[in-house]
Ligand binder design. Sequence first.
Ligand code: ZN
Length: 295
Amino acid sequence: MTHTGDVIQYRVFPTEAEQGFNRAIRRIVTAVREILRAADLPPGELAAVGIGCAGPVNPRTGEINNPYTLSGWNHCNIVEPLERELGVPVCLENDADAAALGEFYFGAGQGAESMVMLTFGTGIGGAAVLRGQLYRGVAGEHPEIGHVTVAAEGAACYCGRTGCLESIASGTALAAAGKKFGFGSAAEVFAAAASGQPEAARVLQTARAAVDAAIWTLVHTFLPARIVLGGGMVEAHPGFFLEPARAAIARATQIPRDYITVAIAQLGNRAGLAGAARWAMLRAQPEQKHHSEVP
Ligand SMILES: [Zn+2]
């Protein structure tokens, strides 16, 4: 990708984490070199490499700490070997943070001073970009917005609490709630509700209230200029998520609500690529940074 966000070359290959970390490093190095050759660019034109990876990751050390979906890579440092092989700065970010940066720079967050992004898919991810900077909590981690409590008597969450946004409004949660009534997936719940099936409609009503409560909490906590909603479920049912988000903001009396806009993410699963690449470039070339963009 160029500095202006134009994608010059694009490759997709499976992670195959189970085949070992060293093999993955070799494949990434090979892919980067192939991309440069295909784009007819000399290796010296490579400015930086950005990585958006399923978290938890440590952006400061470059270590992946994800024993669940990347078990063979747990506690592996992905930044050091790639910097050694490729000779450029390498930047590691959590995939949700990378997607938020992508939307902030090139998508639905453009022009907003501050932005909070929520991603509704199998789970629920979140990230905040405040004045051009990724908001980081302690240990470099992003906030876990999926585990904000949205219902006093809500469904049990794997985090140990009940009533989390993720335990009510994620794809996994909708499928679990729908299963009691014979639905096989979140998509089936949506389809049944659309055809007037009352149990499916009730499941969705609970999820809708959870989205409303979460947005209420987020706008009062961060007071962002823009809320960006993304992920597979939002792509499939944008109105279902937009409506409660806007309704929550419209009820707010203690904040300048008219300055807050809600938008649907624009970049799909390319947001993470664009954000990771842009972020790596900004960090690699300090002379090009705008002051407010310094990580
Ligand atoms: Zn939870």
